[in-house]
Design a protein around this ligand. Sequence first.
Ligand SMILES: Nc1ncnc2c1ncn2[C@@H]1O[C@H](COP(=O)(O)OP(=O)(O)O)[C@@H](O)[C@H]1O
Ligand SMILES: O=P(O)(O)OC[C@H]1O[C@](O)(COP(=O)(O)O)[C@@H](O)[C@@H]1O
Length: 307
Amino acid sequence: MNNGVATVTLNPAIDHTIYVNTFTPNTLNRAEAVEYHIGGKGINVSKVLSTLGQPSVALGFLGRNALYFEEELKAASIETDFVQVSGRTRTNIKVIDKSNLGCTEINEPGPYIDTASWEKLVKKVTSWAAKCEYVVIAGSLPPGVPHDSYKFLIQEAKKQGAKTVLDADGEALKRGLQAMPFMIKPNIHELEGLTGKQLSGSKQELLSVCRELLLAGISVVVVSMGSEGSIYASQEGIYRVYPLNLEVKNTVGAGDAMVAGLIHGMSKGLQAEKLAAFGAAVSACQIVDDFGRLEEFSKQIRVERWV
Ligand SMILES: Nc1ncnc2c1ncn2[C@@H]1O[C@H](COP(=O)(O)OP(=O)(O)O)[C@@H](O)[C@H]1O
Ligand SMILES: O=P(O)(O)OC[C@H]1O[C@](O)(COP(=O)(O)O)[C@@H](O)[C@@H]1O
């Protein structure tokens, strides 16, 4: 038993982060520093949970470079139960321009997943969902898996009694929502894709979109808005979480850290206002790359009840 959290990453990645002084497209850029980290949204959630002292099991597909992932996860005390596939797990490029802290990302599509591998994965998710309180399903779909993969996995996990958390984009998010996950954490761009509207970020507009999702049957809706902070919505109320002014190191994985923070906070029984602040504080730690500041950030974050 792993204290109740399984993360599912169908499309893990090695995040290859390249820091340049000033990024200029169509010319030679020389790297000031490089970092390689195992990633993909569910894996990142497991890594942050582990930093917070909460165990989890990581599931999904891994290709020929699986051993590297398994070793890194083991070193972080994260249990693994991946399906091995014959392709190569992808590498995603993140270029960080130190002059303005902008991040240019190129995410690969990932290896092809055949039907037999997909069926193995479904069995693993179903079996872990029976043992876990939360099943986090996150990230893009690799080629070959069904378009309604997330809808199906959420339905199966719910049948086993797990609370499901979905963090995805585009069609994968739209279809996944049909199975009514317990919690979703779209960023503002993912929410725009979902609603088909360009959002101004006004209070009325955000309230109306969150209310619609709650009414449809999702228990917790968290909309992250990068440097603008976030919105937390549940039956307890709808809250505006104001951002901190941070010395940003790298914003990659900020959303995943927020998901991990929300799950950890829920596991500890935090109520809406404190939970919303805790999720935001964990993402702030990820951005400055210093989890020693968790308590300080949790106290600094301002949460306002909207309704
Ligand atoms: N530049 C920033 N300054 C302060 N906080 C930030 C910044 N970028 C992200 N955050 C925090 O991290 C959270 C998640 O970031 P966001 O970029 O919205 O998610 P995602 O990584 O899923 O796109 C935000 O709601 C906010 O609390
Ligand atoms: O599966 P996708 O949508 O391509 O995203 C994968 C990427 O997202 C990340 O998990 C980061 O996500 P966030 O910045 O949204 O938290 C990277 O580690 C990874 O490269």
